[in-house]
Write a protein that binds this ligand. Structure first.
Ligand code: 3HC
Length: 302
């Protein structure tokens, strides 16, 4: 049935406008992928400087994608960049940026109070039908959702780094997430040309719950003097088909991020204590500011 009333509110499932909070690596990546797939995206951050960085991340990534897709066709490469940016606007005004949003994806700093404060504000400014999601990898979705009056329209939407490359999205439902919200998010994930998987709101969801203990165990193995990091990386790439070895991947994800996740899990007490025991080399590298690829040095130098 075609609805010809131009003033009618969008149906629950019609997602046209997406507002992404955070213009860091994850927020920029999510903005890019949504814009590339035809959504109108507003990218929001605290000030213009951050937004400019996000713009640069997207630009560099699109250049890379364009070169792979259209090897010798510079016009097409340029068109990809132009058409994607045509779908992106930026804003530093949180409330205003969600007035026409059908979906919010939050990818700001991993701090519960900061996220709750943001969502409490958005809850008042966004239309009733707007679905709220968080890209958090370390905080319970239900704790963030508590700050809103729409827990049935709140879920986790967890992307992986680098967002334009990684095909997976974990769609995380709390006890209160409605089936309709979940189904809508699964549909959107597919429209972003990603593969959705469903997971309950548990520490680490699927990927990090398995990946993080593995990365820590690789560090413990090296601490015990059983092998060196290079050989562990080679072993897991050539012997287990991993695209990156655990040390390479730890540096790539960010050692501070890893430590933050593990420390949170330890405090949370929901995961076997042996799995999240502190690892000395990890704590030392982070304390020294060696956070991995982004800081120029971690387990390896860049
Ligand atoms: N946009 C942005 N960055 C891109 C990109 C794109 N379109 N394509 C590639 N990259 C980046 C990589 O970071 C790396 O950067 P560099 O060139 O500046 O050193 C480089 O590009 C590698 O790209 P290559 O073209 O050489 O390699 P491939 O494209 O063949 O594969 C890869 C790269 C897809 C990253 C592959 O190595 C891989 O799958 N690695 C594992 C990544 C992974 O496991 N990610 C999940 C981490 S866990 C997580 O994100 C959860 C969080 O909550 C902690």
């Amino acid at each position: 049935h075609h609805n010809c009333f131009s003033t009618s509110a969008p149906t629950q499932n019609a997602i046209n406008n997406i507002t992404v909070f955070g213009s860091g690596l994850m927020g920029a990546g999510i903005t890019q992928v949504a814009a590339q797939n035809g959504y109108k995206v507003t990218m929001v951050d605290l000030d213009e400087q951050y937004l400019q960085k996000g713009h640069d991340i997207i630009n560099a990534s699109l250049k890379r994608v364009g070169k792979k897709l259209y090897i010798d066709d510079e016009a097409k490469q340029k068109e990809l960049i132009d058409s994607t940016f045509a779908n992106i606007t930026t804003s530093t005004d949180s409330s205003k940026s969600v007035e026409a949003a059908d979906l919010v994806v939050e990818a700001i700093v991993e701090n519960l109070e900061t996220k709750q404060k943001l969502f409490s504000t958005l809850d008042k400014a966004a239309p009733g039908h707007t679905i709220f999601t968080s890209n958090t990898s370390s905080l319970p979705i239900s704790d963030i959702a508590q700050a809103t009056t729409r827990p049935e329209k709140f879920a986790g939407l967890h992307f992986f780094n680098p967002v334009p490359q990684m095909k997976l999205v974990e769609v995380v439902r709390t006890d209160k997430t409605s089936q309709e919200t979940f189904d809508t998010l699964v549909e959107i994930t597919k429209k972003l040309k990603k593969e959705p998987v469903a997971c309950k709101d548990t520490p680490g969801f699927i990927v990090n719950r398995l990946l993080v203990p593995y990365l820590l165990e690789a560090m413990r193995l090296v601490e015990r003097g059983e092998a060196n990091p290079q050989d562990v990386d080679t072993a897991m790439k050539l012997g287990a088909g991993m695209p990156m070895g655990p040390f390479e991947l730890g540096d790539f994800v960010g050692l501070d991020t890893l430590k933050f996740i593990v420390d949170g899990w330890r405090k949370g007490g929901k995961i076997d204590a042996n799995l999240v025991e502190p690892v000395k080399i990890l704590d030392e590298l982070v304390a020294a500011g060696h956070l991995g690829k982004k800081s120029g040095k971690g387990f390896k130098s860049y």
